[in-house]
Write a protein that binds this ligand. Structure first.
Ligand code: 13P
Ligand code: SF4
Length: 320
Protein backbone atom coordinates (compact mmCIF):
# COMPACT_ATOMS: atom_id res chain seq x y z
CA UNK A 1 0.00 0.00 0.00
CA UNK A 2 2.90 2.39 0.65
CA UNK A 3 5.19 1.47 -2.24
CA UNK A 4 5.93 4.05 -4.93
CA UNK A 5 3.49 3.70 -7.82
CA UNK A 6 4.44 4.92 -11.28
CA UNK A 7 2.05 7.44 -12.74
CA UNK A 8 2.08 8.15 -16.50
CA UNK A 9 4.11 11.37 -16.68
CA UNK A 10 2.00 12.73 -19.55
CA UNK A 11 -1.11 12.87 -17.35
CA UNK A 12 -2.28 16.29 -16.18
CA UNK A 13 -3.23 15.34 -12.63
CA UNK A 14 -5.36 18.45 -12.15
CA UNK A 15 -7.51 17.46 -15.17
CA UNK A 16 -7.58 13.76 -14.21
CA UNK A 17 -8.65 14.54 -10.64
CA UNK A 18 -11.53 16.71 -11.91
CA UNK A 19 -12.66 13.86 -14.21
CA UNK A 20 -12.44 11.22 -11.48
CA UNK A 21 -14.34 13.39 -9.00
CA UNK A 22 -17.33 13.52 -11.38
CA UNK A 23 -17.10 9.86 -12.39
CA UNK A 24 -17.03 8.67 -8.77
CA UNK A 25 -19.28 11.34 -7.24
CA UNK A 26 -16.44 12.19 -4.87
CA UNK A 27 -15.73 15.26 -2.81
CA UNK A 28 -12.24 16.39 -1.79
CA UNK A 29 -12.05 17.91 1.69
CA UNK A 30 -8.67 19.44 2.53
CA UNK A 31 -7.08 21.00 5.57
CA UNK A 32 -5.11 24.26 5.31
CA UNK A 33 -1.88 22.44 6.20
CA UNK A 34 -1.92 20.45 2.95
CA UNK A 35 0.50 21.35 0.13
CA UNK A 36 -0.72 24.14 -2.17
CA UNK A 37 -1.56 21.83 -5.12
CA UNK A 38 -3.92 19.79 -2.94
CA UNK A 39 -5.61 22.92 -1.57
CA UNK A 40 -6.10 24.04 -5.20
CA UNK A 41 -8.00 20.88 -6.25
CA UNK A 42 -10.11 20.66 -3.09
CA UNK A 43 -13.87 21.25 -3.10
CA UNK A 44 -13.64 22.58 0.42
CA UNK A 45 -10.66 23.77 2.47
CA UNK A 46 -11.15 24.42 6.15
CA UNK A 47 -10.23 24.04 9.79
CA UNK A 48 -11.18 20.93 11.76
CA UNK A 49 -14.66 22.22 12.67
CA UNK A 50 -15.46 23.32 9.12
CA UNK A 51 -14.21 20.01 7.74
CA UNK A 52 -16.35 17.94 10.12
CA UNK A 53 -19.38 20.11 9.35
CA UNK A 54 -18.80 19.53 5.63
CA UNK A 55 -18.30 15.80 6.19
CA UNK A 56 -21.58 15.67 8.14
CA UNK A 57 -23.58 17.19 5.29
CA UNK A 58 -21.94 15.98 2.09
CA UNK A 59 -24.08 14.11 -0.41
CA UNK A 60 -21.08 12.74 -2.30
CA UNK A 61 -20.66 8.95 -2.34
CA UNK A 62 -16.94 9.06 -1.66
CA UNK A 63 -14.95 11.41 0.58
CA UNK A 64 -11.30 11.95 -0.27
CA UNK A 65 -9.86 13.42 2.88
CA UNK A 66 -6.68 15.41 2.36
CA UNK A 67 -5.56 15.79 5.94
CA UNK A 68 -4.45 13.42 8.68
CA UNK A 69 -5.89 10.15 9.94
CA UNK A 70 -8.05 11.49 12.80
CA UNK A 71 -9.75 13.90 10.37
CA UNK A 72 -10.58 11.22 7.81
CA UNK A 73 -11.67 8.93 10.66
CA UNK A 74 -14.07 11.64 11.90
CA UNK A 75 -15.55 11.82 8.38
CA UNK A 76 -15.99 8.01 8.37
CA UNK A 77 -17.58 8.02 11.83
CA UNK A 78 -20.17 10.49 10.51
CA UNK A 79 -20.62 8.57 7.24
CA UNK A 80 -20.46 4.84 8.00
CA UNK A 81 -21.98 3.90 4.65
CA UNK A 82 -19.69 6.03 2.50
CA UNK A 83 -16.20 5.29 1.30
CA UNK A 84 -13.63 7.56 2.98
CA UNK A 85 -10.08 7.48 1.65
CA UNK A 86 -6.88 9.16 2.84
CA UNK A 87 -3.97 9.64 0.37
CA UNK A 88 -1.44 8.25 2.87
CA UNK A 89 -2.66 6.13 5.79
CA UNK A 90 0.52 6.89 7.73
CA UNK A 91 -0.49 10.56 8.12
CA UNK A 92 -0.95 10.56 11.90
CA UNK A 93 -0.71 13.29 14.53
CA UNK A 94 1.54 13.67 17.57
CA UNK A 95 -1.45 14.66 19.70
CA UNK A 96 -3.43 11.55 18.71
CA UNK A 97 -0.39 9.30 19.20
CA UNK A 98 0.31 10.80 22.63
CA UNK A 99 -3.06 9.73 24.01
CA UNK A 100 -3.35 5.90 24.04
CA UNK A 101 -6.84 4.54 24.91
CA UNK A 102 -5.76 2.26 27.80
CA UNK A 103 -3.93 5.04 29.67
CA UNK A 104 -6.68 7.52 28.88
CA UNK A 105 -9.36 5.17 30.24
CA UNK A 106 -7.36 4.91 33.51
CA UNK A 107 -6.94 8.71 33.65
CA UNK A 108 -10.68 9.12 33.13
CA UNK A 109 -11.45 6.51 35.83
CA UNK A 110 -9.29 8.42 38.30
CA UNK A 111 -11.50 11.53 37.85
CA UNK A 112 -14.98 9.94 38.10
CA UNK A 113 -17.04 13.12 38.54
CA UNK A 114 -15.52 14.90 35.53
CA UNK A 115 -17.00 15.43 32.09
CA UNK A 116 -14.53 14.66 29.30
CA UNK A 117 -14.03 17.30 26.62
CA UNK A 118 -11.59 16.10 24.00
CA UNK A 119 -9.91 17.97 21.19
CA UNK A 120 -10.76 16.40 17.82
CA UNK A 121 -7.04 15.57 17.34
CA UNK A 122 -7.40 12.09 18.84
CA UNK A 123 -8.27 8.56 17.74
CA UNK A 124 -11.79 7.12 17.39
CA UNK A 125 -11.20 5.07 20.59
CA UNK A 126 -10.50 8.27 22.55
CA UNK A 127 -13.56 9.94 21.02
CA UNK A 128 -15.63 6.97 22.20
CA UNK A 129 -14.29 7.54 25.74
CA UNK A 130 -15.22 11.25 25.60
CA UNK A 131 -18.42 13.17 26.31
CA UNK A 132 -17.95 16.10 23.93
CA UNK A 133 -15.44 16.70 21.15
CA UNK A 134 -14.17 20.21 20.46
CA UNK A 135 -11.87 21.96 18.01
CA UNK A 136 -9.74 25.05 18.38
CA UNK A 137 -12.61 27.17 17.03
CA UNK A 138 -15.20 26.11 19.60
CA UNK A 139 -13.29 24.83 22.67
CA UNK A 140 -13.77 28.03 24.71
CA UNK A 141 -17.49 28.22 23.89
CA UNK A 142 -18.05 24.51 24.63
CA UNK A 143 -16.40 24.80 28.05
CA UNK A 144 -18.42 27.98 28.73
CA UNK A 145 -21.64 26.18 27.79
CA UNK A 146 -21.28 23.86 30.82
CA UNK A 147 -22.39 24.79 34.36
CA UNK A 148 -19.68 26.68 36.30
CA UNK A 149 -19.34 23.92 38.91
CA UNK A 150 -18.97 21.12 36.34
CA UNK A 151 -15.57 19.46 36.70
CA UNK A 152 -13.83 18.96 33.37
CA UNK A 153 -11.06 16.81 31.92
CA UNK A 154 -9.57 18.46 28.83
CA UNK A 155 -7.48 16.27 26.53
CA UNK A 156 -5.13 15.68 24.80
CA UNK A 157 -3.51 19.10 24.13
CA UNK A 158 -2.15 20.74 27.28
CA UNK A 159 -1.37 23.98 25.41
CA UNK A 160 -4.88 24.40 24.00
CA UNK A 161 -6.18 23.29 27.41
CA UNK A 162 -4.15 25.98 29.22
CA UNK A 163 -5.38 28.58 26.74
CA UNK A 164 -9.01 27.51 27.25
CA UNK A 165 -8.57 27.50 31.05
CA UNK A 166 -7.25 31.08 30.87
CA UNK A 167 -10.03 32.28 28.57
CA UNK A 168 -12.81 30.71 30.61
CA UNK A 169 -11.34 31.18 34.10
CA UNK A 170 -11.99 27.47 34.74
CA UNK A 171 -9.82 24.85 36.34
CA UNK A 172 -9.36 22.07 33.79
CA UNK A 173 -7.71 18.72 34.43
CA UNK A 174 -5.28 18.48 31.50
CA UNK A 175 -3.87 15.47 29.68
CA UNK A 176 -0.16 15.97 29.02
CA UNK A 177 -0.07 16.04 25.21
CA UNK A 178 1.23 18.53 22.66
CA UNK A 179 1.56 19.14 18.93
CA UNK A 180 5.12 18.57 17.71
CA UNK A 181 4.79 21.46 15.23
CA UNK A 182 3.31 24.14 17.49
CA UNK A 183 5.76 23.42 20.31
CA UNK A 184 8.76 24.27 18.17
CA UNK A 185 8.41 28.04 17.77
CA UNK A 186 11.13 30.23 19.27
CA UNK A 187 10.04 33.21 21.34
CA UNK A 188 13.45 34.83 20.90
CA UNK A 189 13.48 34.48 17.14
CA UNK A 190 9.89 35.73 16.83
CA UNK A 191 10.84 38.82 18.88
CA UNK A 192 13.82 39.39 16.58
CA UNK A 193 11.55 39.14 13.53
CA UNK A 194 9.14 41.60 15.11
CA UNK A 195 12.02 44.04 15.68
CA UNK A 196 12.85 43.80 11.97
CA UNK A 197 9.15 44.07 11.00
CA UNK A 198 7.63 46.34 13.66
CA UNK A 199 4.38 46.81 11.69
CA UNK A 200 3.74 43.07 11.41
CA UNK A 201 0.96 41.49 13.45
CA UNK A 202 1.85 38.26 15.23
CA UNK A 203 -0.90 35.67 14.78
CA UNK A 204 -0.81 32.28 16.52
CA UNK A 205 -2.69 29.00 16.80
CA UNK A 206 -3.75 28.06 20.37
CA UNK A 207 -1.76 24.80 20.12
CA UNK A 208 1.35 27.01 20.66
CA UNK A 209 2.92 27.26 24.11
CA UNK A 210 1.97 30.12 26.41
CA UNK A 211 5.15 32.25 25.86
CA UNK A 212 4.35 32.34 22.12
CA UNK A 213 0.66 33.09 22.69
CA UNK A 214 1.71 35.93 25.01
CA UNK A 215 3.34 37.66 22.00
CA UNK A 216 0.32 37.28 19.73
CA UNK A 217 -1.93 40.10 18.50
CA UNK A 218 -4.50 37.47 17.53
CA UNK A 219 -5.03 33.80 18.49
CA UNK A 220 -7.35 31.45 16.65
CA UNK A 221 -8.00 28.32 14.62
CA UNK A 222 -6.57 28.15 11.09
CA UNK A 223 -9.81 29.56 9.63
CA UNK A 224 -9.88 32.35 12.24
CA UNK A 225 -6.23 33.23 11.46
CA UNK A 226 -6.99 33.32 7.74
CA UNK A 227 -10.06 35.54 8.25
CA UNK A 228 -8.10 37.88 10.53
CA UNK A 229 -5.35 38.26 7.92
CA UNK A 230 -7.96 39.08 5.23
CA UNK A 231 -9.85 41.66 7.29
CA UNK A 232 -6.94 43.30 9.11
CA UNK A 233 -5.58 46.61 7.85
CA UNK A 234 -2.08 45.38 8.64
CA UNK A 235 0.05 44.58 5.60
CA UNK A 236 2.33 41.97 7.16
CA UNK A 237 1.93 39.05 9.53
CA UNK A 238 4.22 36.71 11.46
CA UNK A 239 2.34 33.43 11.38
CA UNK A 240 2.84 30.97 14.27
CA UNK A 241 1.22 27.85 12.90
CA UNK A 242 1.98 25.19 10.28
CA UNK A 243 3.28 26.75 7.04
CA UNK A 244 0.56 25.25 4.75
CA UNK A 245 -1.87 28.02 5.75
CA UNK A 246 0.40 30.62 4.08
CA UNK A 247 -0.70 29.32 0.67
CA UNK A 248 -4.30 30.38 1.25
CA UNK A 249 -3.36 33.58 3.10
CA UNK A 250 -1.21 34.68 0.17
CA UNK A 251 -3.89 33.71 -2.35
CA UNK A 252 -6.57 35.67 -0.51
CA UNK A 253 -4.37 38.73 0.13
CA UNK A 254 -1.74 38.80 -2.64
CA UNK A 255 -0.41 42.22 -1.67
CA UNK A 256 0.18 41.36 1.99
CA UNK A 257 3.33 39.75 3.38
CA UNK A 258 3.21 36.54 5.41
CA UNK A 259 6.28 35.45 7.35
CA UNK A 260 6.37 31.97 8.92
CA UNK A 261 7.26 32.18 12.63
CA UNK A 262 10.71 30.58 13.04
CA UNK A 263 11.30 27.35 14.95
CA UNK A 264 14.01 27.03 17.59
CA UNK A 265 16.47 25.44 15.16
CA UNK A 266 17.04 25.74 11.42
CA UNK A 267 14.87 22.71 10.70
CA UNK A 268 11.61 22.79 8.75
CA UNK A 269 9.82 21.68 11.91
CA UNK A 270 6.97 24.09 11.35
CA UNK A 271 5.95 21.81 8.45
CA UNK A 272 3.82 19.00 9.88
CA UNK A 273 5.53 15.76 8.73
CA UNK A 274 2.18 13.96 8.87
CA UNK A 275 0.20 16.49 6.84
CA UNK A 276 3.00 16.67 4.29
CA UNK A 277 2.91 12.89 3.62
CA UNK A 278 -0.01 13.56 1.28
CA UNK A 279 0.92 14.60 -2.26
CA UNK A 280 -1.10 15.38 -5.36
CA UNK A 281 0.07 12.04 -6.85
CA UNK A 282 -1.16 10.06 -3.83
CA UNK A 283 -4.43 11.98 -3.87
CA UNK A 284 -4.93 11.09 -7.54
CA UNK A 285 -4.19 7.41 -6.84
CA UNK A 286 -6.52 7.12 -3.87
CA UNK A 287 -9.33 8.78 -5.82
CA UNK A 288 -8.68 6.45 -8.77
CA UNK A 289 -8.30 3.24 -6.74
CA UNK A 290 -10.65 3.92 -3.82
CA UNK A 291 -7.94 3.10 -1.30
CA UNK A 292 -6.36 3.31 1.25
CA UNK A 293 -9.74 3.28 2.92
CA UNK A 294 -10.58 4.30 6.50
CA UNK A 295 -12.32 1.55 8.50
CA UNK A 296 -13.70 2.06 12.02
CA UNK A 297 -15.07 -0.90 14.06
CA UNK A 298 -18.81 -0.34 14.57
CA UNK A 299 -18.81 -0.47 18.41
CA UNK A 300 -16.14 2.25 18.57
CA UNK A 301 -17.81 4.26 15.79
CA UNK A 302 -21.12 4.42 17.68
CA UNK A 303 -19.44 5.77 20.84
CA UNK A 304 -17.30 8.24 18.89
CA UNK A 305 -20.25 9.51 16.85
CA UNK A 306 -22.12 10.47 20.03
CA UNK A 307 -19.36 12.83 21.24
CA UNK A 308 -18.81 14.33 17.77
CA UNK A 309 -22.56 14.91 17.24
CA UNK A 310 -22.70 16.62 20.62
CA UNK A 311 -20.02 19.05 19.42
CA UNK A 312 -21.85 19.63 16.12
CA UNK A 313 -25.17 20.24 17.92
CA UNK A 314 -23.65 22.69 20.43
CA UNK A 315 -21.90 24.48 17.55
CA UNK A 316 -25.25 24.95 15.75
CA UNK A 317 -26.82 26.28 18.97
CA UNK A 318 -23.90 28.68 19.41
CA UNK A 319 -24.04 29.75 15.76
CA UNK A 320 -20.49 28.49 15.02
P1 13P B 1 -7.56 23.78 13.12
O1 13P B 1 -7.44 23.83 11.63
O2 13P B 1 -8.90 23.26 13.53
O3 13P B 1 -7.26 25.11 13.71
O4 13P B 1 -6.51 22.70 13.65
C1 13P B 1 -5.16 22.81 13.49
C2 13P B 1 -4.44 21.53 13.52
O5 13P B 1 -3.40 21.38 14.07
C3 13P B 1 -4.99 20.41 12.83
O6 13P B 1 -4.17 19.34 12.97
FE1 SF4 C 1 -1.16 16.91 14.66
FE2 SF4 C 1 0.25 19.10 15.00
FE3 SF4 C 1 0.34 17.86 12.66
FE4 SF4 C 1 -1.90 19.15 13.42
S1 SF4 C 1 0.07 20.06 13.00
S2 SF4 C 1 -1.76 17.10 12.52
S3 SF4 C 1 -1.85 18.81 15.63
S4 SF4 C 1 1.07 17.03 14.61
Amino acid sequence: MFETVEIDASLDLFVEIEKLKKEKNAVILAHYYQVGDIQDVADYIGDSLGLSQQAAKTEAEMIVFAGVHFMAETAKILNPHKKVVLPDLRAGCSLAEGCPPKEFAEFKASHPDHIVITYINCSAEIKALSDIICTSSNAVQIVNSLPKDQKIIFAPDKNLGAYVAKQTGRDLVLWNGACMVHEIFSQQRILKLKEQNPEAKIIAHPECEEPILALADFIGSTTALLNYSKKSEAQSFIVATETGILHQMQKDSPKKTFIPAPPTTNCACNDCPHMKLNTLEKLYLCLRDGQPEIIVPEDIRIGAEKSIRRMLDISVQLGL
